[in-house]
Design a protein around this ligand. Structure first.
Ligand code: SF4
Ligand code: SF4
Length: 198
């Protein structure tokens, strides 16, 4: 993956309320406690593939560089292993910050075009919200249609095998009263401002 090398930052790129908004998410309150020691970047098993290290993401978030943070592949490569949190001397909940940033990126549509992970997260949520169940076959189909349809053509033999052996099914699974789940989801404070994924 390509590294972002740009180092000059401009005041005009800053969003004055971004840090506060992220800190309002559960677990992200300690963002300002970070003293940039870099331990999180050192222990993160995926930082070598990230365009910004976890330490940089914390810094850029605090400084309000919203666009750069939300377009970073770092938040999507984070595997939620919590190694950074365990070793952080200031117990900054870096993993929770990554989650909050992912949610924000999906809400604002700020991620690389056809980048599969946010599309997968969005389609997963839509399917569970609609039916209360996940049908893996259709999730994979939707993902391929929206990211890389040509890859889907190349996987037809694998898909056929999974259908034949009963690992995949074309039947759409649903719970009895999905509208009840939707009511619970809509009542969650985390859902405010996310109606566009419904
Ligand atoms: S380990 Fe904690 S204090 Fe150190 S840079 Fe990472 S978030 Fe900041
Ligand atoms: S939780 Fe994410 S950022 Fe932290 S060490 Fe694991 S992969 Fe890296």
């Amino acid at each position: 993956m390509s590294k972002i090398r740009r180092t000059i930052k401009y005041e005009s790129e800053r969003d004055g309320t971004f840090a506060e908004e992220i800190m309002a998410s559960p677990g992200c309150e300690d963002l300002l406690g970070c003293f940039q020691c870099g331990t999180c970047s050192g222990v993160c098993p995926l930082s070598i593939y990230m365009d910004h290290t976890p330490r940089q993401i914390i810094y850029l978030t605090r400084q309000g560089f919203k666009d750069e943070v939300l377009r970073s592949n770092t938040i999507w490569l984070c595997a939620s292993c919590y190694a950074c949190y365990v070793d952080c001397p200031k117990t900054v909940h870096i993993t929770d910050v990554m989650y909050a940033l992912k949610q924000r990126a999906i809400r604002e549509g700020l991620y690389p075009s056809r980048f599969p992970i946010p599309v997968l997260a969005r389609e997963f949520y839509k399917m569970v919200r609609g039916k209360g169940r996940l049908t893996e076959t259709w999730l994979v189909v939707r993902l391929l249609l929206k990211t890389n349809i040509f890859k889907g053509f190349g996987m037809w033999r694998l898909g056929l095998g999974l259908l034949r052996t009963g690992r995949f099914s074309l039947a759409v699974e649903s719970m009895k009263h999905p509208e009840e789940l939707r009511r619970i989801l809509d009542a969650s404070p985390a859902q405010h401002g996310k109606k566009e994924v419904a």
